[in-house]
Write a protein that binds this ligand. Structure first.
Ligand code: PGA
Length: 302
């Protein structure tokens, strides 16, 4: 199906979403046991992020001891000028460490994020975690569509779309992850793949619901491999994503949505990456587990 046809199909299919965002309760598949209440357009996302966003995705790594050590060091080590410049630092530990992280971060400006969620609010979904549960532990951001969930855990665009709706509906801030695999890039399809992922996740959602959105461009071939995309490749893809957002949501919206780069970000390459136009932040995996490295990245973002 062409991108245009897919856009039209999704715009039609998402009328339900528009209704819900207009204030109607409209349970969809998998939400039978859920009580849907929150409506994103009325959410106050608090302080605007006008500086850089530096987010740490711990993935399935860490321990209680690491959480204690890492978060204490981050609290003490992030320069005040980072927050004064309007920056946002987000840490996304595994679910079991969220309560501990919430305690350790109380009173600090470091925000708590989740790596994933289930689209439903509650119900018979063994092993899953919902947005209201995350909110009980102070989570304000959530990754949506990380490539490891797409490619290793087999999540389809349609499921990622439902997660996006849940995140917005419950007033969390989504970091929507998009990115092409190596073979998709080698066959020159990188922008087409990104467009498909953006269409599936966003088309038909009202701009008023998307105030908290950030998009992370994470080429799959750069994640955890040590092969960072070049600043030129990053600049090109970010310009493409921004252009898509301008064209499909609105000019003004596309202009201001924060765009993050992720894929083997380290203190050594953070300066060049963050210096690219259209790079408003970074999503960091491996280097977010070591305080000195994460702080090193943050020092380039102030
Ligand atoms: P990486 O992971 O920094 O270890 O490449 C990035 C990510 O997956 O978000």
């Amino acid at each position: 199906m062409s991108c245009v046809a897919e856009t039209q199909r999704l715009a039609g299919a998402s009328r339900a979403v528009n209704l819900r965002f207009a204030g109607f309760d409209f349970p969809g598949p998998g939400r039978e046991n859920a009580e849907l209440t929150a409506v994103a357009p009325h959410v106050d996302f608090g302080r605007a992020v006008v500086g850089k966003i530096v987010a740490g995705n711990w993935k399935m790594n860490g321990s209680a001891a690491l959480t204690d050590d890492l978060l204490s060091r981050l609290r003490a080590g992030i320069p005040a000028r980072f927050f004064q410049s309007g920056g946002a630092c987000i840490v996304c530990p595994p679910f079991p460490y969220l309560p501990q992280a919430q305690r350790l971060l109380a009173g600090s400006s470091i925000a708590l994020g989740a790596q994933d969620l289930h689209p439903g609010a509650a119900g018979a979904f063994t092993g899953e975690v919902s947005a209201p549960m995350l909110q009980d532990f102070g989570v304000s951001w959530c990754l949506v569509g990380h490539s490891e969930r797409r490619h290793i855990l087999g999540e389809a665009d349609s499921f990622i779309r439902r997660k996006m709706e849940a995140v917005l509906e419950f007033g969390l801030r989504p970091i929507l992850c998009v990115g092409e695999t190596l073979s998709q890039r080698e066959s020159g399809r990188q922008t087409q793949i990104i467009d498909q992922q953006l269409i599936a996740a966003l088309v038909g959602l009202p701009e008023s619901a998307l105030g908290g959105l950030a998009v992370a461009y994470e080429p799959v071939w750069a994640i955890g491999t040590g092969h960072t995309a070049t600043p030129g490749q990053v600049g090109e893809m970010h310009a493409h994503v921004r252009g898509w957002l301008r064209g499909h949501i609105s000019q003004g919206f596309g202009q201001k949505v924060p765009l993050l780069y992720g894929g083997s970000v380290t203190p050594a390459n953070a300066h060049d990456l963050l210096g690219q136009s259209d790079v408003d932040g970074v999503l960091v995996g491996g280097a977010s587990l070591k305080a000195d490295q994460f702080l090193g990245i943050l020092s380039h973002a102030s």
